[in-house]
Ligand binder design. Structure first.
Ligand code: GH3
Ligand code: MG
Ligand code: MG
Ligand code: MG
Length: 310
């Protein structure tokens, strides 16, 4: 697949591709800029320090990195990018006039994907960059498919398990509170029976979107836990905050006004929710938090559905 086909394969829109050109000599930057302007969004840095902060802030899709620079060298920059989980996956191509074999080998050893020598040949540089961008997009796409639910596009169970473990450790380290909201569509078997599975699928998509629009903080995560069950991870959110959000979600789903004549909630699709909150400590585990949320969900069902229990 070429770049354009890959971009079109993503389940969500992907912005213009960004390339970061790093060189201490502006004339070298200008030469490379000529090659890529118009085709990609071009970012520029004249020092290693600047390159690292641009990578952290703007996450370019690829970096063309000079080796010899005052201050941080290209090798230093590459090592730092590869040591940071947030920037590790950005492909780095070294562009340098040093072309001894040892230098090139070191470049690969510290994580570069390619090596280009100056003076550059614009056609070759462009072809190599496009090749590495395509590889990067392929791995981004695989990750997206592996971590998101194909039907509703929210995070899947795998992503949820990963994120819960990460959020749990972070809350434990910082002594912060962590909440989970587990929710389940009410009488959904009957919905399928009456309206058919296709309508059922469309209903799940609409509910997932409503849930996603209900969460506000960048670290909140909505995931599809199973068939018609969803779960939300709410870092740094106490019980009151989680109860408030659960109510926002319950109201948002009802406001979709999806007809469900067998429902207990005024003829529309509704959800029941269970909330659990904990400051992670020894003796507790992500599984115990999940079990607690599930227990509350069970209570909400028993109490008549279309409600939240905490
Ligand atoms: P309750 O209110 O107690 O949750 O009742 P319920 O009928 O929702 O619960 P139950 O677990 O008995 O049924 C869940 C139903 O959800 C059964 C299954 O057909 C449906 N379901 C699960 N996943 C999907 C899906 O991906 N698409 C569709 N259309 N239906 C699904
Ligand atoms: Mg230089
Ligand atoms: Mg159900
Ligand atoms: Mg269920």
């Amino acid at each position: 697949m070429n770049l354009e086909q890959l971009l079109a394969s993503f389940p969500h829109p992907v912005g213009p591709l960004r390339i970061l050109i790093v060189d201490d000599q502006p004339v070298n930057i200008r030469v490379l800029h000529q090659v890529f302007r118009g085709e990609f969004e071009v970012l520029m840095a004249t020092s290693g320090e600047q390159a690292i902060s641009l990578c952290q802030e703007l996450r370019p899709d690829i970096v063309l990195l000079d080796v010899v620079m005052p201050g941080l060298s290209g090798h230093d920059v590459c090592r730092r990018l590869k040591a940071d989980p947030d920037t590790r996956d950005i492909p780095v191509i070294f562009v340098t006039s040093q072309n001894q074999d040892g230098d090139e080998a070191l470049g690969f050893e510290i994580g570069a994907v390619d090596f280009i020598t100056k003076p550059i040949n614009p056609i070759i540089v462009s072809a190599r960059v496009r090749t590495h961008l395509a590889l990067k997009l392929q791995s981004d796409l695989l990750r997206t498919i592996a971590m998101n639910d194909g039907l509703t596009k929210v995070a899947n169970r795998r992503k949820f398990d990963e994120e819960l473990a990460i959020s749990w450790r972070a809350a434990q380290r910082e002594g912060r509170v962590l909440s989970l909201v587990m929710l389940d569509l009410d009488s959904f078997k009957q919905f399928n029976d009456r309206y058919g599975h296709q309508q059922g699928d469309a209903c799940l998509v609409a509910v997932a979107n409503a849930l996603n629009q209900s969460v506000r903080r960048p670290h909140d995560l909505v995931a599809r836990y199973g068939g018609e069950e969803f779960v939300c991870i709410l870092p740094d959110t106490d019980s009151q905050g989680a109860i408030k959000l659960a109510e926002v979600m319950r109201t948002a789903v009802k406001a979709l006004e999806i007809e469900h004549l067998d429902s207990a909630a005024g003829g529309f699709v509704s959800i029941s929710l269970g909330i659990a909150t904990q400051i992670p400590n020894t003796g507790a585990s992500p599984q115990s938090l999940l079990a607690a949320a599930d227990g509350q969900l069970y209570q909400a069902k028993r109490a008549g559905r279309d409600r939240a229990c905490a």
